[in-house]
Design a protein around this ligand. Structure first.
Ligand code: ADP
Ligand code: MG
Length: 486
């Protein structure tokens, strides 16, 4: 498709995200909620939908859904009921899903993302409701049969529905990144798209630029990574434009993403499939949420990445880039918080974290929790650099690697035992300077003739002569004044 045709159109996207809640038990029964258990082991009669069994609401799900609602600045619905969404699937033993149709637990809300040009943008949230997962139909293990694992049936889900405010596949990617970050910060979902604990359906339409009437949308399902969501959206945008350019009409339908081909295929037409015959769930009592409960949940909420980002950039003077990367993962942000508990050198703390610490983790394929050195020890390291006891180069090249071997020993002790404490004694620095002048007379002459940039070279020589132990700040100052007096 030519860029000219593509640029005539504007994509419009709304996302529906399902997140599996990290509760110990299922949404409406005491069956264990766990990923990867032997198939069909966490299935009591409730999960199997035996006649006469009754659902019982898991309170933790309500709390988790409210956490998400508060994080998205939503309104929490004080009085909620449940509904049955009826459809037949082999992996849905009851023949219906218990969900919230008319009274979603949260309504309204916002997600803050970056748009195509890196500018701040708000995506409005329509609603969050609670529901339950279906079991899993497995088509690729047995050539002749479809296998059904019901362990997943009844696992609590929240569905987060966005307004059609997203305008490109990149924005969709950024939106999902934020949602995943939030559920992980809140500890309500592991955010693992590969294991399907976070899933996304994308609604996509296109319209002519400048139009205020949205086009006909399709819904794409079955994308198990954020990249695939992006690819599916790109594919759909082009498919829609091509059809419209040919004068054809977009069918309102549900499509499935084929990750191998990078294409989508029609699953069912929307008009025909959408008759779920919702009706009120008679076996679950309505729930009421009081302001007191909301306040209690609010009080337990961790700091959110957005607030941390604002604190780091506005109060600590970190760059947007550093602040974004530190707050990208809760573990990293919490480690940073621990470091700055005992140092006010926020920038240095960020540099250590994003530099030596992160590259050690990356090189060894480790998570923050596996990092051997304590946060407090990193602040001690920063302290002895700031006090001029060791240079940052020595800290990074000598002390840090030694700390990795002996994380229990203090940085100062290590620096002392390796004989790395730097020399800021004026007499010894003067000796180094005199030695530099003796060994580099031609460079010194050129310096005197105006080539001031040679200080860098001469300082290098001095550090070499001092075996890296001269305090570079003090040495630099003295070197200049000695040279200028020559
Ligand atoms: P359904 O039950 O059909 O999935 P929902 O209300 O659950 O309907 O979800 C509708 C989703 O489609 C929302 O995320 C909404 O923002 C999005 N949407 C609605 N109209 C359009 C459109 N014209 N183009 C793209 N997305 C749309
Ligand atoms: Mg939908």
């Amino acid at each position: 498709m030519t860029e000219e045709i593509r640029s005539k159109y504007q994509a419009v996207i709304g996302l529906e995200v399902h997140a599996q809640m990290l509760t110990k038990t299922k949404a409406y029964s005491s069956d264990v909620n766990a990923f990867g258990a032997t198939p069909n082991t966490n299935i009591s009669v409730v999960t199997l939908g035996h006649p006469g069994t009754l659902p019982k609401m898991n309170k933790k799900t309500i709390e988790y859904a409210i956490r998400m609602g508060l994080a998205l600045e939503s309104d929490i619905t004080p009085f909620q009921t449940f509904d049955r969404k009826n459809y037949f699937y082999p992996d849905l033993p009851k023949g219906y899903q218990i969900t919230q149709d008319h009274t979603p637990i949260c309504s309204n809300g916002v997600v803050h993302i970056k748009d195509e040009n890196g500018r701040d943008k708000v995506i409005r949230i329509t609603r969050i409701h609670m529901e339950e997962d279906a079991g899993k139909s497995i088509h690729d293990v047995d050539v002749n049969d479809t296998l059904v694992d019901l362990n997943r049936a009844g696992i609590p889900l929240i569905e987060i529905v966005s307004e059609p405010d997203i305008r490109s596949s990149n924005e969709a990617y950024n939106y999902l990144t934020e949602i995943r970050k939030l559920v992980r910060y809140l500890g309500i979902c592991d955010g693992n798209m590969e294991e399907s604990s976070l899933r996304c359906d994308a609604n996509i339409s296109v319209m002519l630029k400048g139009s205020d009437t949205f086009g006909r949308r399709v819904e794409v399902k079955n994308m198990n990574s954020m990249r695939n969501v992006q690819k599916a959206i790109e594919f759909e945008i082009e498919r829609h434009i091509e059809l419209i350019e040919k004068g054809e009409i977009i069918a309102q339908e549900t499509r499935s993403f084929d990750a191998l081909k990078g294409t989508t295929i029609s699953m069912r037409s929307k008009e025909a499939a959408n008759d779920y015959r919702f009706f009120p769930e008679p076996d679950l009592l309505p729930i009421t949420v009081s302001q007191k409960q909301i306040d209690a949940i609010k009080a337990e909420m961790p700091e959110l990445p957005r607030n941390l980002f604002l604190k780091y950039t506005k109060e600590f003077g970190l760059s947007d880039y550093d602040a974004y990367n530190i707050t990208d993962s809760k573990e990293l942000a919490m480690f940073y918080e621990e470091i700055i508990n005992s140092t006010t050198n926020y920038k240095s703390a960020a540099n250590w974290l994003m530099g030596d610490v992160k590259s050690y983790l990356n090189q060894n394929g480790l998570e923050v929790k596996d990092f051997p050195i304590k946060a407090k020890t990193i602040s001690e390291l920063i302290k002895i650099i700031d006090e001029g006891k060791i240079s940052s180069t020595v800290a990074s090249q000598k002390v840090f690697p030694a700390l990795l071997e002996q994380p229990e020993v203090s940085p100062l002790k290590i620096a002392e035992s390796l004989n790395l404490i730097q020399d800021s004694n004026e007499d010894s620095i003067l000796e180094y300077i005199n030695e530099v002048i003796r060994q580099n007379s031609s460079e010194v002459d050129r310096y005197k003739n105006g080539e001031k940039q040679l200080t860098g070279f001469l300082m290098g020589q001095l550090m070499k002569i001092s075996k890296g132990k001269a305090d570079p700040k003090a040495a630099n100052q003295m070197m200049r004044s000695v040279l200028d007096k020559l």
